[in-house]
Design a protein around this ligand. Structure first.
Ligand SMILES: Cc1ncc(COP(=O)(O)O)c(C=O)c1O
Length: 459
């Protein structure tokens, strides 16, 4: 992988071109890059990220997006349609997540730009809503997404990290209970968590939250649009939504298993008082009285329209049909893992599963799998690989390919026991290909993180 992608093919724009390129040239460049990149996931060998993977569906969403792509949803007098779309996205999500069982509260929501944003808005809402004598804190399972740590860092909320059972991967509720103090504003549970796809004991956490008068955020960024259908299909999934007493907020990503375009998520509140406390108002500004419902200013009406379009197009039966295929595929892929005594699946997963090895470094298996085009997500403590099963894996032949390649990967790991693996735990996965490409990728990512700048090669 070149340090700066496509430099040789298309050059590098270090300055705004004096005269713009013609339309066909620009579109042809975009098409070339897109066509080069799509096969990496179209094969069905890439974990997560491309949840729908259906180009007809993407074309439909792009058409929906195009009607409002240039509209700013902040200027509602120009686009009452955005109010319709946003209100209905929130209402449909609340309904899916059991809000009908709430009583005495006014359920509400926010459409945000993604899972991390929904989590950040929740952390901000708890900080603003609950007055504490000292620095506010939340208690999150170790497995809860890194976005909680990021939000805590941004908003000055301390994140107490509760241990999880290494066998079940579920949070230690006793630990959570014993660490609540006067500054605790909320607890966190995941449904399912990023690493293992497992669902924390939300009912127990809800009881603890009620007993101590604190909030409970359920991170269903991953599971929000698939677990409800898994339950309907008869899978054994512990209750996790607003039907569980004590749950006060839920994040659910429309841009994951909601099959919308990238860039939206829904943060649901059991009661709108909590949501309203994170609204921002500046009434005495020379630019005019300013108010925004969340952290963003201008927002894309196109993304809101496309998200609405995805939801009403698929309907419950569409989501259920996709969930059925995904659950069946995940079960078959897990069965292939269980064929190997040297591999161990962590916890009791459903649509997303992770496995480790007590006999060799599981990254040796990954080293081999990526030579066959697989892109799994790498984890640590313990070293593990995860596969978030999405629609591309449900294509004919993928499960069979998985079983064969995994068997060869285990044989490779056995042959290379004790040797250093080439791949490692990197959020989002390392691209397949020779080791030096992976190293270059990690180096460029680290440069990005450490230098906080993009690396544009010098002329
Ligand atoms: C459980 C969970 N929560 C939150 C997030 C963060 O979502 P995003 O990447 O959309 O910010 C993810 C991402 O995969 C996730 O799996």
């Amino acid at each position: 992988m070149a340090e700066f992608p496509y430099a040789e093919q298309f050059g590098v724009n270090r300055t705004l071109p004096e005269d713009g390129f013609d339309k066909d040239t620009v579109l042809s460049m975009l098409s070339t890059m897109s066509s080069a990149e799509n096969p990496k996931w179209e094969s069905g060998q890439c974990s997560g990220t491309m949840y729908c993977g259906d180009h007809d569906h993407y074309d439909f969403l792009n058409a929906a997006f195009s009607y409002f792509s240039y509209v700013n949803a902040l200027q509602r007098d120009l686009c009452p349609s955005s109010t319709k779309f946003e209100a209905e996205i929130i209402a449909m999500t609340l309904d899916l997540l059991g809000a009908a069982s709430l009583s005495g509260t006014e359920p509400a929501g926010l459409v945000t730009t993604g899972g991390s944003s929904s989590i950040a808005h929740a952390v901000l809402a708890y900080r603003e809503h609950v007055k504490t004598p000292g620095r506010p804190n939340m208690i999150k399972p170790e497995t809860a997404h890194a976005a909680f740590a990021k939000a805590g860092h941004l908003f000055g909320v301390e994140m107490q990290v509760a241990p999880v059972d290494p066998w079940t991967t579920l949070v230690d509720v006793g630990w959570v209970k014993s660490h609540i103090d006067v500054n605790t504003v909320a607890l966190v549970g995941s449904a399912g968590n990023y690493g293992y796809g497992t669902v924390d004991p939300i009912e127990e956490l809800g009881q603890v939250a009620i007993e101590h008068g604190v909030g409970l955020h359920v991170d269903a960024c991953l599971g929000g649009f698939i677990l409800p259908f898994g339950r309907e299909l008869g899978y054994d999934i512990a209750p996790f939504d607003f039907s569980v007493p004590g749950v006060t907020t839920i994040s659910a990503d429309t841009h994951k298993y909601g099959y919308a375009l990238k860039g939206t998520s829904v943060l649901c509140f059991a009661d709108k008082a909590l949501r309203n406390d994170q609204y921002f108002y500046l009434t005495d500004w020379s630019g005019g009285r300013y108010c925004s419902p969340g952290m963003d200013g201008s927002r894309s009406a196109g993304l809101i329209a496309a998200t609405w379009a995805a939801m009403v197009r698929l309907g419950r039966s569409g989501y259920r049909r996709y969930a059925k295929e995904i659950y069946a595929t995940s079960a078959a892929m897990q069965d292939a893992v269980r064929q190997h005594p040297s591999l161990r699946i962590l916890g009791e997963p459903s649509f997303l599963f992770a496995f480790t090895s007590d006999e060799f470094d599981v990254y040796l298996v990954n080293d081999f799998l990526r030579t066959r085009g697989w892109r799994l997500n790498g984890q640590q403590y313990p070293n593990a690989l995860h596969m978030a099963v999405t629609r591309p894996q449900t294509q004919p032949g993928v499960v069979e390919r998985w079983a064969l390649d995994l068997a060869d990967g285990v044989a490779y790991a056995n042959e290379h026991r004790g040797e250093a693996a080439q791949t490692g735990a990197f959020y989002g996965g390392v691209p397949g290909g020779p080791t030096d490409e992976a190293d270059a990728f990690i180096r460029s990512m680290m440069a990005l993180i450490m230098d906080r700048q993009t690396s544009i090669p010098s002329a």
